[in-house]
Design a protein around this ligand. Sequence first.
Ligand code: ZN
Length: 446
Amino acid sequence: MARKVFNNCREDASAGGPPKRVSALNTTTDSKPPIDQDRLWNDHMALAAITDPGKPWTRRSFSPRFLEGRAWLREQFLAAGMTVRLDAGANLIARLEGTVKGAPPIMLGSHSDTVPSGGRFDGISGILTALEAVRALQASNYPFRHPIEIVDFLAEEPSEYGLSCVGSRAMVGELDAKMLTYTNAQGETLADAIIRVGGDPAAIPHMEKPVIAGYLELHIEQGVVLERNKLDLGLVTGIAGITRVEIALKGAADHAGSTLMRYRRDASLPAAELLLLVDREARAFAGRNEGHFVATVGVLEISPNAANVVPGGARMIIDIRAEKVALVDEFVALLDRESTAIAGRLNVDREGFAILSQNPPAPCDAHLRDLLGRSADKLGYSTTTLASGAGHDAAFISHIGPSAMLFIPSRDGKSHCPEEWSEPEQLAVGAATLFETIRLLDGQNI
Ligand SMILES: [Zn+2]
């Protein structure tokens, strides 16, 4: 069957990109990456079909369905002439040798697991566009010098064992012994689960950290910046760090009918003021243009949460994400100060203030980002720089070598839900840009 070969035609305005860019398109057919848009799309649909039937699209890490998906992926990698192996952390790694012996690999990848009732693109597109780029390189007889590896990292999404990015942590030496003892609801340890999917947890501490020429991860944006601005691609500046702060407030639970207003110690009131303060201050911090900054009160509980009782307690968790640690520190200090002051003014005790977790930001490599940008320019795709507010395997891989991310648009910014969607053309644009970037990176000194 004849396959439609993706070319860079942008007559279709719905595919995005300002019209002025059309003139910047390649004039010679030779230089168009031979990306097969239909094949890339069909791959997405084939992998999506491997889902828990009752709740598409679900392929939870460590599940039989996940292993089925990996078996399918393995077949595609083999068919593309790649060798396939599992490392101790149960990362599925496909590899194509280059011409220079001992050259560090150009690594690409993402994850094939999903959240429950997730989508068909989050993670998956990073693997399948990489595969399509590799096929295109082979089709164009490109004599690449570096080996190329495509990695399906184990359990990027939060797993049943209470941990995300399991495989990428293992690869960079950050999956520690304690994490391996985490259990799922059935009492199985993460170590046992890793064995079950073909890994070797005992060998994880001795895994050699890979030396890489660079790591490239394409991902759906999971936001609306590209779509709203009709842009083809996002060049990711960095992956925001995530800090979670818990604030507990204690007043007095009293009868809602008989406790006069002036005698109350209502713990919901400082919580309400803090809720608005978080939003107001986060907007101000974001407005300073010192990189990505967002903050959210995602957990807000009052107790006893009864219609006829003045709330005696309140608890909130604030999720703060930023590219700059200094901004987070400043925001946390402000929360500390203001929560004390507001609670005091409302005659409520600030019972607790705790940083529950703090993951540092992971800047993307500027040189790799530049190569991605140059590739996009060459192909006539419009770009912008933006940060990732969501976590990715690239955050961990950046600890062992230069890493960069490329975003393609997601419809309505939806992700982690069945509505998640990227157009076939948008996937092909991403694959073509990976193709060019691999060539640029491969051409550099080994
Ligand atoms: Zn993802």
